[in-house]
Ligand binder design. Sequence first.
Ligand SMILES: Cc1ncc(COP(=O)(O)O)c(C=O)c1O
Length: 426
Amino acid sequence: MSKNKLAIFGGEKLISKNFQQFNTMATEEINAVKKVVESGVLSKFLGEWHPDFYGGPKVREFELACEEYFNVKNAVSVNSWTSGLICSVGAIDIEPGDEVILSPWTMCACASAILHWNAIPVFADIDPYTYNLNPQSIEKNITEQTKAIMAIDIFGQSADMDEIMLIAKKHNLKVISDSAQSPGAIYKGKMAGTIADVGGYSLNYHKHIHTGEGGIIVTNNDIIAEKLRLIRNHAEGVVGQKGEVNLSNMIGYNFRLGEIESAIGIEQLKKLNNIITKRQKLAKQLSEGLEHLPGLLTPRVLKDCTHVYYVYPIQIDQNITQVHRDKIYSALAAEGLSIGKSYGNLHLLPMFQNKIAYGSKGFPWSSEICKRNVDYSKGICPVSEELNDNRYIGIDFCQFDYAVEDIDLLIRTFHKVWDNLEFLNK
Ligand SMILES: Cc1ncc(COP(=O)(O)O)c(C=O)c1O
């Protein structure tokens, strides 16, 4: 059997090894957890106006460490970044029926956090190279009802925040950064997530650093920070005792992070810089190995910014390869490469196509709070749709702890498929 015959046509598979799973849990985390368990205090939060309203010692220590690392005035821990997004949308004083502009190239929690407060998600298109919100498309989607922009820093690099903050200033909008996938990425000297009014990071199992489930919200605005803490911890039961006068969105939850997760988070945060440096080296090696393949586009990073590679995104230009992305994807997958080819396009979810969210009668779109007929039809975000349908392939750097030799193997796999492109159309 020819070594070069593609596995998809019965040739020998190039990747037969199992890559090491990405796992940064080690002795430090085990010891930290042990200490918390031995202390008997697994959570110290109280849902009333009391010193423990702000949580226990590990929660506070983790938040302080995050304030220092991300260089922000306030870090507020939560039990997931989905909870963090809900807190963030509530804390910017959103009203029912307000519109929030976001990108469709993300996961569903971004849109549902907006709907959670009976606000209306409006999808703007993305930049074809960074996959983040395209500022021109934001401007086109601004209406009388627009109240905020949710900029999602997808795959590991920040959205173009200078442009986005300018638009926000011009139209008096608030900005939320979802930097779930980009902790530690730099945007022109500042940490991704910290330039907006409020931002934050996911600490779920797949992220650069994690606590199993968890999230960190960051803001330099003290008023927003206090609202975040209230929504996190039973706001409605605390505001009276605390003497809060602004009661807008003071419906609270139990979004509190535990002491064990916080103790793990403290150790994980110490590892973040090394994780990022390693991923950046591997991404550079991969880009150097792939960049001469005709019709393959390696990731682009904005000037004066860094990428932390949660996902290493690639595009296939069919005009050059003469082979559709799907065929190339199948050939790569058959060689044993773990890749993805679809992402986002949230506007096409059944919830938006049918405009059914709360109950079955179309709330909030069918109610008087929704002032216009918001369009979610296919075609509203052509760049995002084209990438998803025809161009995008993603290598999940978050999944495996690739070594230098593994990246060489990935490169050889791409080259093998490119050497055989002519056969894929037969
Ligand atoms: C961009 C983005 N936003 C939000 C979330 C939700 O985060 P969590 O799983 O911590 O709730 C994720 C998680 O994958 C994400 O990638």
